[in-house]
Design a protein. Structure first.
Length: 87
């Protein structure tokens, strides 16, 4: 590995390390087990403001006030092609 390749590899590693805390802040976490929610998983919201994953939902005495599905980072930035030709 030459000097330029080594410097590029070090720069890539430094940028990755710098971005990791920002990525983890954006992730939703369960308030009980602190697990990061997976894309496609339901997150249950309670009146107290607590978030619970599907695995920890049964630990709460109350019913959830709302729920939503976890979306990936591409959500809202993709295009849907519609076929508008005459049938």
């Amino acid at each position: 590995m030459n000097t330029i390749e080594r410097e590029i590899a070090e720069l890539e590693l430094a940028l990755l390390r710098r971005s990791l805390p920002h990525l983890s802040e954006a992730c939703e976490r369960c308030g009980a087990c602190l697990r990061s929610m997976l894309v496609g998983e339901r997150v249950y919201e309670y009146r107290s403001g607590a978030l619970r994953c599907a695995l920890c939902r049964d630990r709460e005495a109350d019913d959830p006030a709302a729920f939503h599905t976890v979306h990936g980072p591409e959500f809202g930035h993709t295009l849907r092609l519609l076929d508008r030709r005459a049938a």
